[in-house]
Write a protein that binds this ligand. Structure first.
Ligand SMILES: O=P(O)(O)O[C@H]1O[C@H](CO)[C@@H](O)[C@H]1O
Ligand SMILES: [Mn+2]
Ligand SMILES: [Mn+2]
Length: 398
């Protein structure tokens, strides 16, 4: 039994999903296109990385084999394969809930690609209850671009910026001190109530600091207000059985704080890796450590920054030996992702892709597991490993 650790590299898809065409994502391949860009010398970042992508530890575990790529001749040292998503959306909650055994088989509500994007009645309700005198934005946008465009006006008028994407989200950007962080969280809680009837997955607080369009920066105080998963997930199976669930980074928010024992936050992937090791050091037998590494998605995938994404992968890879050294004989670790976000693809949205499944531990025998039909096989395997009641979806590959 010992412990289980799930590491989600947020947005690290490894190839076009069989149903990608329905999402307008045919040909998307986050890993494959980063590899190619690095090889072509198009992903050099001054002082941070250059040349071909070097991921020796992920390669050793079987990343290339999982992606069906012939570049590596190494025999995988992990249980290796890939998984398709059956959830209707390619968003973060859908991906994580499916990993935890609860695919999203209903349709989220989405806001149209029009301006305004939000129903006027909805905005009127949020403005009335939220104590603001109006909003800016009201459209589909990239979060960094929209604060550059409207941040100064937002600071001057006190009106927060409302925007959305191809995900089921209402995002609210406001200045951390001029508008106020707690006030922004309160406003998001009001918005959360009003978007519930529209079946919107998340309201996201996007605080920023700085004084001019050029210096505005989003802070680590982002907060996601998610709806709870529609059924009990692996996390609740664990906590109901008296186990502790250690949630690293965004995990607690993504699961609307259901089935979480403790939350450890960190600013950036490296801090999140530190928190993961810290949780592992404290986890008892039977516990689950569940970590999300958000930089891949937020800082590089959505920003279509190939070099940054490559550098972040290499930095993550360099830390894997520390994780392996901290694992006890009966532990299981699974490296996976929640969707793709190909930094070479058009637009700035997620991409429908298959994700890697690399499961390893001192007593886990390497083997191929092929292409799994659903991410839920990960949750089923973790449940089996921790001797928890089986999740209602997924089959264990262990
Ligand atoms: O452009 P930013 O604000 O990073 O937004 C991105 O972050 C949202 C939540 O992950 C996604 O829906 C995407 O729109
Ligand atoms: Mn995600
Ligand atoms: Mn994202």
């Amino acid at each position: 039994m010992a412990r289980a650790i799930i590491l989600v590299l947020d947005s690290f898809g490894i190839g076009t999903a069989p149903d990608a065409e329905a999402f307008g994502d045919d040909g998307a391949d986050t890993f494959g296109h980063i590899l190619a860009a690095c090889l072509a010398g198009e992903a050099d970042v001054d002082g941070r990385r250059e040349g071909p992508l070097r991921l020796p530890n992920l390669e050793r575990l079987g990343l290339f084999a999982a992606a069906g790529r012939g570049e590596s001749r190494m025999r995988p040292q992990a249980v290796w394969g890939s998984a398709c998503e059956i959830s209707h959306g390619k968003d973060t909650p859908s991906g994580h809930w499916e990993i935890a055994g609860v695919p999203v088989l209903f349709d989220w509500g989405y806001f149209p690609r029009t301006e305004p994007a939000f129903p006027p009645e909805l905005i009127r309700q949020i403005v009335d209850d939220g104590g603001i005198d109006g909003i800016l934005g009201d459209k589909h946008a990239s979060g960094t671009e929209v604060i550059r465009e409207l941040g100064e006006e937002s600071v001057a008028t006190g009106r927060p910026i409302f925007y959305t994407s191809s995900d089921s989200v209402l995002q609210i950007a406001a200045h951390e001190t001029h508008f106020g962080l707690e006030r922004l969280y309160d406003l998001c809680a009001v918005a959360r109530r009003h978007v519930d009837p529209l079946n919107i997955g998340r309201v996201i607080a996007r605080p920023f600091t700085g004084e001019t369009a050029e210096t505005f920066t989003r802070t680590a105080n982002r907060r996601d207000f998610s709806v709870p998963p529609p059924q009990a997930t692996l996390l609740e199976s664990a906590t109901r059985a008296g186990r502790s669930v250690h949630a690293i980074g965004k995990i607690a928010d993504i699961f609307a704080h259901r089935g979480i024992t403790r939350t450890l936050k960190g600013d950036g992937n490296m801090a999140l890796f530190d928190r993961t090791l810290e949780a592992l050091g404290q986890a008892a037998d039977g516990d689950l450590v569940f970590a999300n590494f958000v930089d891949f998605d937020m800082l590089y995938g959505h920003r279509r920054d190939v070099g940054g994404y490559a550098a972040a992968l290499e930095a993550f890879d360099r830390r894997l030996p520390e994780l392996q050294a901290a694992m006890r004989p009966g532990d299981l670790a699974v490296v996976t992702a929640d969707h793709g976000c190909d930094p070479t693809f058009r637009g700035s949205d997620h991409t429908r892709e298959v994700v890697p499944v690399l499961a390893f531990g001192p007593a886990i025998e390497p083997k191929p597991i092929g292409r799994r039909e659903t991410f839920a096989d990960i949750g089923a395997s973790v449940a089996a490993h921790l001797s928890l009641e089986a999740t209602s979806n997924g089959r264990s590959f262990l």
